[in-house]
Design a protein around this ligand. Sequence first.
Ligand code: AMP
Length: 491
Amino acid sequence: MERTNLLTSFQDFGLADPISRALQEENYTVPTPIQAQTIPLALAGRDVVGIAQTGTGKTASFALPILHRILENRIKPQPKTCRVLVLSPTRELSGQILDSFNAYGRHIRLSATLAIGGVPMGRQVRSLMQGVEVLVATPGRLLDLVQSNALRLGQVEFLVLDEADRMLDMGFINDIRKIVAKLPIKRQTLFFSATMPKDIADLAEQMLRDPARVAVTPVASTVERINQRVIHLDHSAKPAMLATILQQDGVNQALVFTRTKHGADKVVKGLQRAGITADAIHGNKSQNYRERVLAAFRTGELRTLVATDIAARGIDVDGVSHVVNFDLPNIPETYVHRIGRTARAGAEGTAISLCAGGEETGYLRDIEKLIRIALPKEDHRTPGAKPAPSTAPQRGGQRNGQQRNGQQRSGGQRNGAAPHAARGDAAPGSNDPRRPRRAGGPNAGRNPDAARHEPAVRPQHGGQAEGLQGVAFLQRKNDRPAKTTNQRPQR
Ligand code: AMP
């Protein structure tokens, strides 16, 4: 692993003045560990393979040196070309990355655009007509643009592959290979992944030239800072318990997780019957609808949001005081990702999990094992009541996930810190151009599974369960309502 002398101030990097000014305006003073490691290497022109999750400041770690380097040699891009190509798995993440480039490049009149699926291609074709400096794209749409001669990749000088492990999970690897085959061999490549299973390491090996390796391990304290408890109760008592929780003092904004889309809608209806305004986002809701709901949640206008794991990716709202697991997730890491939506920006956070026995007892055991905490429990069960009906795969059916988890842990994420499983889709992010990000959004891409419902997550029955995504480690402000926050597939 490359260990440079870690720089403790952005000044030390010697970034071009307009970039430094933008950083001051962003209130970035101290580089994050991934930035401290990556920026000097990337400025020196090295290829870099980085293990880092969203929330570690990884976007700036590639965007800043790239901006600096394009400024060193500012040439007008040729029509239908780009100088910098950033590939990301989802629309949401792509939008956030573009926001970051625009924020850091705000004093240099950067030309940057997005090529993502789920929206008509015409505008993207027009934006590319004159050529752009930075193109952030999801793989499927990028290939469509190339195939329709709207874009040529022969002038790419910088390639960033972000969230490579999610790309793999979402079935994008072939698209990526096709794209890479069209790129000039002489280029700088920065490759990021939250985990480094063998197929990702192999892909990096093929794409990078003598790469420097950097890694950051996520903070373990996310879990510890959150006030967690479990309520054992009858399955049928969950809606009433949820309503009671939400009516308690101290609940500012609550994010309620269900495992299925159908479940999310049912919870909203139940809350509405109890007189609590709530809305749901999940993969069956239209893009516009989700954007509206998320914007309302970000501004605090909507206090209770019910979401599936995938749809919730990237929800990065400082006001979330409570996370309620209406259903316990069957993947223990998902628990960590979910509860990481509260206690943000140093605030207090509470996570309450409703456990209806049966399979959920097993899930709870797995979660406690992962986080190495015996969660405090309250027992509201009716003696003799039946446990919850089974809706999820049997434990044997989780082999795939368990195996991955094993890989993740060996990838350096210990202490129960969210080992970023990064499957399936991603989520929306605040699109405030000054405060970008967070990964997110489902997508299907060309993965046949994913195309059917949302993401290529492990199969579940009893509804279309969704995947998960990383815990944020850096504070985000939500001082402006976000604009787009879709979570659709990206072709
Ligand atoms: P990322 O991991 O790139 O998604 O970044 C997570 C969040 O941290 C974003 O809101 C960034 O704007 C913010 N951020 C990134 N680097 C820094 C830094 N050095 N200081 C303060 N905030 C940062």
